[in-house]
Design a protein around this ligand. Structure first.
Ligand code: PA5
Length: 418
């Protein structure tokens, strides 16, 4: 995997003999069923083809939205926004467009009031994303934003809206068609959490100035690197080690990183794996930790708490150049670090933490990436999606449905007297 490296050796030390091998073989069979489209949920495998799709209309629409507003508000929840937010945070230095805000991600009044206040005196546009077109949180946020657009722009308001939704069905599709809003379709065979490489992720990213072509090329080259159903395929190895650990009692996976810009990737990963695998009384619980910050909070538990955790470190080799300045009076006792780069110190903190956690009984996996670029982020997205599909099939669940999320909606709508 050029530019990336997956290390599962340290984690294997916690497994009985041949356990990993057993799960490699199972994961190879799962990968075959994903590639030849015979797995459970095989009508939701459209994401496998997204890296090779280029949509020039996305660039043209993004250009128009960039010109129309200082702020663009992307409205959506779950898979309809987490991917775009993740990439924007990871590639913050590459953004050039209007400020991108996210709305409809919860029902908290305070944040929504702040957002409405922020757009009050600024030209803004709205990207409304909902595959079903009926999700409560984004629908409420959109009601508020649409009212503001109509107040401010009157008959021109509709030109500031782009709707991304199902090709045919749902309230948003009907409304968008009736109002003549610009629309993009979410392919029917692509579920929300696997949709970041479709217009769902690509349009907000393009508006924010990210080179989406490079994201897609990175995803495509990862797809080539992971296309063989064999034991050298890193997506198969990651799926295999996760399932082997789960089977040995390690039921929580922490995606840890020493790189703060990956916070959004951690959130996206948690949704991808949690919603795909947590069903039928089974599944690894996906958690995350941001180090060194969380070494001063969760670090205690990880080192010393209940031993049902394993940790996947998402490691970036190069993150920037900043050296510790010299102060010969040495008031803080840190002169021994003078001239050393933060990157170097962070790497040592990482190496020390990984060893300490391993020695404390936490199996550790490492996925390292040379540096964060549009290409490498695109590759990471595809890697995690493919590994998630293979892992879910290996676990014995349909990774592409989410029947459990309906339960809270049913109770909530009863209380709301819908
Ligand atoms: O992954 C999923 O399918 C979910 O997280 C959805 O993306 C989320 O519930 C939003 O659904 P919708 O796009 O229909 O509003």
């Amino acid at each position: 995997m050029s530019g990336y490296n997956l290390d599962v050796d340290k984690a294997q030390e916690f497994l009985p003999d041949d356990h990993y091998e057993k799960y490699v073989n199972k994961s190879i069979a799962s990968a075959e069923s994903v590639f030849n489209k015979t797995c459970d949920g095989n009508d939701f495998l459209g994401w496998l083809d997204l890296p090779s799709k280029t949509d020039l209309e996305i660039d043209a629409t993004a250009k128009r939205l960039r010109e129309m507003g200082e702020i663009c508000v992307t409205v959506g929840i779950g898979g309809s926004y987490l991917g775009a937010e993740a990439v924007l945070q990871a590639l913050a230095d590459d953004t050039t467009g209007p400020e991108m805000l996210f709305a409809g991600t919860n029902l908290c009044a305070a944040g929504t009031i702040r957002l409405l206040d922020k757009i009050k005196d600024k030209d803004f546009t709205v990207i409304m994303i909902s595959k079903s077109g009926t999700t409560l949180e984004p629908a409420i946020a959109f009601r508020l934003l649409w009212a503001e657009l109509q107040n401010r722009y009157g008959d021109e308001a509709g030109q500031r809206v782009v709707a991304i939704t199902d090709q045919e069905s749902g309230a948003l599709r009907k409304r968008a068609d009736a109002n003549n809003w610009h629309t993009f379709s979410i392919p029917q065979n692509v579920g929300g959490r696997f949709s970041v490489l479709s217009p769902v992720g690509l349009l907000p990213l393009a508006v924010a100035g990210i080179d989406i072509e490079k994201i897609l090329r990175g995803a495509d080259s990862m797809r080539s690197m992971c296309q063989e159903p064999n034991r050298d395929n890193p997506a198969i190895c990651y799926a295999a080690i996760r399932n082997a650990l789960y089977d040995s009692g390690f039921t929580t996976e922490i995606l840890s990183t020493f790189h703060g810009d990956l916070r959004g990737v951690q959130e996206w990963w948690k949704q991808l794996y949690g919603e795909s695998e947590g069903k039928q009384g089974k599944g690894i619980f996906p958690a995350s930790a941001g180090f060194t910050t969380d070494l001063h909070s969760l670090g205690q538990y990880i080192q010393d708490g209940k031993r049902n955790l394993f940790e996947t470190f998402l490691h970036i080799e190069h993150t920037g150049f900043l050296a510790v300045p010299s102060d010969e009076t040495d008031p803080d006792g840190l002169e021994y670090l003078s001239g050393r780069t933060l990157d170097d110190i962070n790497q040592k903190a990482y190496a020390g933490t990984r060893k300490a956690h391993h020695d404390g009984g936490v199996p550790t996996i490492e996925l390292s990436v040379d540096e964060l670029t549009p290409g490498s982020v695109g590759g990471l997205i595809f890697f995690f999606e493919l590994a998630c599909a293979i892992s879910g099939v290996t676990l014995g669940v349909n990774p592409f449905d989410q029947p459990g999320v309906e339960a809270y909606k049913k109770e909530m709508f009863t209380l709301l007297k819908r």
